[in-house]
Ligand binder design. Structure first.
Ligand code: SF4
Ligand code: SF4
Length: 409
């Protein structure tokens, strides 16, 4: 029996882009998963595009229309799906593609196509997907514990409840900073910095829901829709003038994906943008010296996806004593940390190998402290620092800023 692929989920724009690929191969060398960590053509952007084109043409091309669709075995389809998920959706290929193909859109659409054909997400993604569906977070943690991180801060942080009281700023914490004890300091230090700057802010407390990023990146955008609409309804109830988030993934998702589903009642900014404004308006001043050589790793979701490069660097440069050094690959060309797009969940060894390459990038420029502003990059790079036995410190940017802001004069 011929398995007929369902192509209804393939977006017309993406289909035109698959055809517009000239096979030049500019994208293969810098692809972290296909070109750098392993030399597998089908994982590279060009390889994935050509394979999808072959599959499509085998069943819907001119020859198929005259002679009938060609049989594609389940093994071939499974191989294609596995390779398509070996992509962090870092966007490096979009940056280098001379045909200006929006590969980020293409890969996400390719995954929607895999889901529509019961080929995705991969079985390794299932526990996370189930957890998001059942608990509204990927970490199988109860909803009632979401705001527990905020209870231990005492007077250092005054955090309001945006669903009960009026607060000008809504801090969207994100699942990882709320639940993961290793990442919780990201939320704590954000709350400390905001309090220190006398910002009137609150959170959605236990009612905050997963932003839906994991679902969208793994091709489950239909399932993400209800989550997005629930969060938008909460934003409307909170009615802030600005939504701030410290998570690069939440930032990208709320800023770029939410408007496809509904209208945001307020603009969303990343905490690095907000903190820099607080510094420029004199609400906070870094005073504590840090005599260290520091590098910033650009998270893909902040940098290539959203074009936010200079704010974190300006924050670091304003800290007395900091010597900011750039890794050879920075800003648009920054090497991905290896964690995104569900790669860390399904292919942990591949993700670890890429993180170690990034740590080596930082070591090669004499970096003593590696900073970033994304929970996933932080987690992956920190593990790679330990795995390599590196002397470098891994510090989240908000922790770095907080330590300087509240240092004794
Ligand atoms: S998004 Fe990144 S990992 Fe995926 S194909 Fe492009 S360069 Fe490779
Ligand atoms: S750089 Fe663009 S056009 Fe060239 S092979 Fe890659 S995706 Fe195709």
């Amino acid at each position: 029996m011929i398995r007929r692929l369902d192509i209804s989920s393939l977006d017309v724009r993406a289909l035109m882009s698959y055809d517009a690929c000239t096979r030049c191969g500019e994208c293969t060398e810098t692809c972290p998963t296909g070109g750098e960590a392993q030399d597998v053509e089908m994982v590279t952007p060009r390889g994935k595009i050509l394979r999808l084109r072959e599959l499509y043409k085998a069943q819907y091309g001119l020859r198929a229309r005259i002679l009938g669709p060609k049989k594609i075995s389940d093994a071939e389809l499974k191989e294609f799906a596995a390779r398509a998920y070996e992509c962090t959706i870092c966007g490096q290929c979009r940056t280098v593609c001379p045909s200006h193909l929006d590969t980020i859109e293409m890969w996400e659409n390719m995954r929607e196509f895999l889901v529509a054909n019961s080929l995705g997400p991969l079985s390794a993604h299932e526990p996370i997907v189930k957890s998001i569906e059942n608990y509204d977070n990927p970490w199988m943690q109860p909803r009632t514990q979401r705001s527990r991180w905020s209870k231990r801060l005492g007077e250092e942080a005054r955090i309001g409840d945006s669903l009960k009281d009026d607060h000008e700023i809504l801090y969207f914490v994100g699942c990882t900073a709320a639940y993961d004890p290793n990442i919780r300091p990201m939320a704590e230090n954000t709350a400390r910095v905001l309090t220190h700057a006398k910002v009137d802010f609150g959170t959605l407390g236990n009612e905050e829901g997963c932003c839906g990023s994991t679902m969208m990146r793994t091709g489950l955008s239909e399932s993400a829709k209800a989550m997005v609409l629930r969060n938008i309804e909460r934003f409307e109830r909170a009615s802030p003038s600005i939504i701030v988030t410290s998570c690069a993934g939440c930032y990208k998702t709320i800023r770029q994906d939410y408007p496809k589903y509904g209208k945001l009642p307020a603009p969303i900014v990343h905490v690095t943008e907000f903190a820099l404004d607080l510094m420029n308006s004199g609400h906070i001043s870094p005073i504590g010296r840090v005599d260290k050589t520091v590098s910033f790793h650009d998270p893909c979701h902040l940098g290539r996806h959203a074009g936010l490069y200079e704010q974190p660097r300006s924050i670091l440069q304003s800290i007395p004593g900091v010597k900011l050094v750039e890794m050879h690959r920075n800003r648009e060309d920054a090497r991905c940390c290896g964690a995104g797009g569900g790669v860390k969940t399904a292919f942990p060894e591949l993700a670890t190998g890429i993180s170690e390459l990034r740590v080596a990038d930082a070591e090669s420029v004499g970096c003593e402290v590696l900073t970033t502003s994304c929970p996933f990059c932080y987690q992956s790079l920190k593990s790679a620092v330990s795995a390599r036995g590196s002397n470098m410190e891994m510090v989240d940017l908000m922790e770095f800023l907080w330590n300087s802001v509240h240092a004794p004069r």
